[in-house]
Design a protein around this ligand. Structure first.
Ligand SMILES: [Fe+2]
Ligand SMILES: [Fe+2]
Length: 137
Protein backbone atom coordinates (compact mmCIF):
# COMPACT_ATOMS: atom_id res chain seq x y z
CA UNK A 1 0.00 0.00 0.00
CA UNK A 2 1.47 3.34 -1.06
CA UNK A 3 1.79 6.10 1.54
CA UNK A 4 -0.44 9.16 1.66
CA UNK A 5 2.75 11.20 1.22
CA UNK A 6 3.44 9.53 -2.13
CA UNK A 7 -0.16 9.68 -3.36
CA UNK A 8 -0.41 13.34 -2.25
CA UNK A 9 2.87 14.16 -4.01
CA UNK A 10 1.67 12.51 -7.22
CA UNK A 11 -1.55 14.49 -7.01
CA UNK A 12 0.27 17.80 -6.49
CA UNK A 13 2.42 17.05 -9.52
CA UNK A 14 -0.67 16.02 -11.54
CA UNK A 15 -2.08 19.49 -10.85
CA UNK A 16 1.18 21.12 -11.95
CA UNK A 17 1.12 19.10 -15.20
CA UNK A 18 -2.51 19.96 -15.98
CA UNK A 19 -1.80 23.63 -15.21
CA UNK A 20 1.23 23.47 -17.51
CA UNK A 21 -0.45 21.88 -20.52
CA UNK A 22 -3.37 24.30 -20.28
CA UNK A 23 -0.94 27.24 -20.14
CA UNK A 24 1.17 25.93 -23.05
CA UNK A 25 -1.96 25.29 -25.11
CA UNK A 26 -3.09 28.92 -24.61
CA UNK A 27 0.42 30.18 -25.35
CA UNK A 28 0.48 28.23 -28.65
CA UNK A 29 -2.80 29.95 -29.56
CA UNK A 30 -1.56 33.44 -28.65
CA UNK A 31 1.99 33.49 -30.12
CA UNK A 32 2.18 35.53 -33.34
CA UNK A 33 5.04 36.67 -35.55
CA UNK A 34 7.47 34.81 -37.78
CA UNK A 35 10.34 35.40 -35.35
CA UNK A 36 8.54 33.27 -32.74
CA UNK A 37 7.71 30.39 -35.08
CA UNK A 38 10.12 27.96 -33.40
CA UNK A 39 8.91 28.94 -29.91
CA UNK A 40 5.34 28.19 -31.00
CA UNK A 41 6.42 24.79 -32.39
CA UNK A 42 8.26 24.00 -29.16
CA UNK A 43 5.20 24.74 -27.00
CA UNK A 44 3.00 22.75 -29.38
CA UNK A 45 5.15 19.64 -28.99
CA UNK A 46 5.44 20.10 -25.22
CA UNK A 47 1.64 20.20 -24.77
CA UNK A 48 1.68 16.54 -25.85
CA UNK A 49 4.53 15.66 -23.45
CA UNK A 50 2.79 17.31 -20.48
CA UNK A 51 -0.53 15.59 -21.27
CA UNK A 52 1.31 12.24 -21.25
CA UNK A 53 2.95 13.09 -17.92
CA UNK A 54 -0.44 14.02 -16.46
CA UNK A 55 -2.05 10.82 -17.76
CA UNK A 56 0.68 8.68 -16.22
CA UNK A 57 0.32 10.42 -12.85
CA UNK A 58 -3.50 10.09 -12.87
CA UNK A 59 -3.23 6.38 -13.74
CA UNK A 60 -0.74 5.77 -10.93
CA UNK A 61 -2.80 7.65 -8.33
CA UNK A 62 -5.76 5.38 -9.08
CA UNK A 63 -3.61 2.21 -9.21
CA UNK A 64 -2.16 3.06 -5.79
CA UNK A 65 -5.62 3.45 -4.28
CA UNK A 66 -5.97 7.25 -4.45
CA UNK A 67 -8.27 9.59 -6.35
CA UNK A 68 -7.09 12.36 -8.73
CA UNK A 69 -8.14 15.72 -7.29
CA UNK A 70 -7.88 18.46 -9.90
CA UNK A 71 -7.69 22.15 -9.12
CA UNK A 72 -5.47 23.63 -11.87
CA UNK A 73 -4.29 27.23 -11.73
CA UNK A 74 -6.17 29.04 -14.51
CA UNK A 75 -4.33 32.38 -14.26
CA UNK A 76 -4.04 33.78 -17.82
CA UNK A 77 -0.50 33.38 -19.24
CA UNK A 78 1.72 36.38 -20.08
CA UNK A 79 1.44 37.75 -23.62
CA UNK A 80 5.14 38.59 -23.96
CA UNK A 81 7.00 35.62 -25.45
CA UNK A 82 10.29 36.20 -23.60
CA UNK A 83 8.33 36.41 -20.33
CA UNK A 84 6.66 33.07 -21.16
CA UNK A 85 10.01 31.39 -21.79
CA UNK A 86 11.62 32.81 -18.66
CA UNK A 87 8.75 31.84 -16.39
CA UNK A 88 8.26 28.40 -17.95
CA UNK A 89 11.95 27.50 -17.75
CA UNK A 90 11.78 28.22 -14.00
CA UNK A 91 8.63 26.09 -13.65
CA UNK A 92 10.33 23.25 -15.55
CA UNK A 93 13.19 23.37 -13.04
CA UNK A 94 10.69 23.00 -10.18
CA UNK A 95 9.16 20.02 -12.00
CA UNK A 96 12.61 18.39 -12.29
CA UNK A 97 13.09 18.70 -8.51
CA UNK A 98 9.59 17.38 -7.80
CA UNK A 99 10.12 14.32 -10.01
CA UNK A 100 13.46 13.55 -8.37
CA UNK A 101 11.73 13.67 -4.96
CA UNK A 102 8.88 11.48 -6.20
CA UNK A 103 11.42 8.99 -7.62
CA UNK A 104 13.11 8.75 -4.24
CA UNK A 105 9.78 8.27 -2.40
CA UNK A 106 8.76 5.57 -4.90
CA UNK A 107 12.09 3.81 -4.43
CA UNK A 108 11.65 3.80 -0.63
CA UNK A 109 8.25 2.18 -1.11
CA UNK A 110 9.63 -0.48 -3.47
CA UNK A 111 7.79 0.85 -6.54
CA UNK A 112 10.51 0.30 -9.13
CA UNK A 113 8.57 1.09 -12.33
CA UNK A 114 7.18 4.28 -10.79
CA UNK A 115 10.64 5.32 -9.63
CA UNK A 116 12.05 4.89 -13.15
CA UNK A 117 9.16 6.71 -14.80
CA UNK A 118 9.57 9.65 -12.38
CA UNK A 119 13.23 9.82 -13.39
CA UNK A 120 12.24 9.78 -17.09
CA UNK A 121 9.78 12.61 -16.48
CA UNK A 122 12.52 14.55 -14.62
CA UNK A 123 14.72 14.12 -17.71
CA UNK A 124 11.90 15.32 -20.02
CA UNK A 125 11.38 18.47 -17.92
CA UNK A 126 15.12 19.12 -17.82
CA UNK A 127 15.19 18.92 -21.63
CA UNK A 128 12.17 21.27 -21.87
CA UNK A 129 13.89 23.82 -19.63
CA UNK A 130 17.10 23.63 -21.64
CA UNK A 131 15.23 24.12 -24.91
CA UNK A 132 13.52 27.24 -23.47
CA UNK A 133 16.87 28.63 -22.34
CA UNK A 134 18.26 28.00 -25.85
CA UNK A 135 15.30 29.82 -27.43
CA UNK A 136 15.83 32.76 -25.07
CA UNK A 137 19.34 33.10 -26.56
FE1 LIG B 1 5.59 17.51 -17.58
FE1 LIG C 1 7.83 20.20 -19.19
Amino acid sequence: MASQELIGGLNDQLNREVTTFLRYMLQVASIKGAQWHSVRDMYQSEVTDEVEHAQYLADQIVMLGGKPDLHPDLTPPPSDVREMLQRDSEEERIDVRNYIELASLAEKEGLVALKMQMEDQAADEDAHGQEMQRLLG
